[in-house]
Design a protein around this ligand. Structure first.
Ligand code: ADP
Ligand code: MG
Length: 268
């Protein structure tokens, strides 16, 4: 069943700061998908993700969440179904890890604004799942990038969403932590049936973890489909203007994408 249907949306910022627009975007996100959004810098990946959160609204067209228009939900109702992990901020008010995670309960808090027993239980369950127990009292600026990313994912999960949106969750992480963050996201996708929609930068990670891939190019949907049908030499050349080799690893049988600078068609 499709959870989100994007029907012919158009969007521009209309704030005098850029001429960028998203045009004629239609696709569906199904329950249990691991959908990656890829495309060059400035192609509109983060904009598209922010439209799916309801934070930005399309100029034309509609976004449906479980067959009802996103604009017909309150922000708290959306937050119970869709959680968003933005790109790791470079600086943030020095909340503790616990405070950051607890913020995710806001859609469930009553008028008093106080956490109830079930809120605390949920927070502690997720803290345990993401192995944050030992750093709960630390400031968010006093921990590593990998730990901070886990704290923001925990904040999203305590919202108890059915759909998790992420924007380059591996940005600023070393390769060990990149792999561990994606293993974690994949585990949530498989064991909790959590639908994943993530902006991706790395084509190898995209190929390994995604079930489907959406390619954006200059604010337009270039292609959406099964991972192996989208991540091809030809499509990558068309969208990124770079030639790659796709080779099978003898060690793992996985295919990897080799960016060979000697093959690039780019002139700058
Ligand atoms: P991507 O995530 O693919 O790199 P973005 O969606 O962040 O691309 O940005 C697409 C385009 O929209 C860029 O040209 C960017 O400068 C512009 N843009 C992003 N945010 C804003 C904003 N708040 N106001 C005006 N223009 C913006
Ligand atoms: Mg972006």
């Amino acid at each position: 069943m499709s959870q989100i249907a994007i029907s012919n949306i158009e969007f521009d910022y209309n704030n005098g700061k850029s001429n960028f627009s998203l045009n004629e975007i239609s696709f569906k996100i199904n329950e249990g998908d691991f959908l990656s959004i890829i495309g060059p810098n400035g192609s509109g990946k983060s904009t598209l993700i922010r439209l799916l959160t309801g934070y930005l609204q399309p100029k034309n067209g509609d976004i449906f969440l479980n067959k009802k228009k996103l604009t017909d939900y309150t922000s708290k109702e959306i937050a119970k179904q869709i959680a968003y992990v933005p790109q790791l901020p470079t600086s943030i008010y020095p909340f503790s890890v616990y405070e950051i995670v607890a913020m995710g309960r806001y859609p469930y808090l009553g008028l008093s604004g106080f956490e109830r027993k079930e809120d605390k239980e949920k927070i502690l369950e997720i803290v345990k799942l993401l192995e944050l127990d030992d750093i709960l009292d630390k400031g968010i600026n006093e921990i590593s990038g990998g730990e901070a990313q886990r704290a923001f994912i925990a904040r999203a999960l305590v919202q108890e969403p059915q759909i998790l949106l992420l924007d380059e969750p591996n940005a600023h992480l070393d390769i060990k932590h990149q792999v561990s963050i994606f293993n974690l996201i994949k585990r949530l996708n498989e064991t909790r049936d959590l639908t994943i929609v993530t902006v991706m930068h790395d084509l190898n990670l995209t190929k390994y973890y995604s079930s489907r891939v959406l390619m954006l190019s200059g604010g337009r949907l270039f292609l959406i489909g099964n991972t192996d049908d989208v991540i091809t030499q030809e499509n990558i050349r068309s969208v990124f203007d770079v030639n790659v080799d796709i080779q099978k690893s003898e060690l793992t049988n996985n295919q990897s994408i080799l960016i060979n600078p000697g093959y690039t068609t780019a002139t700058n």
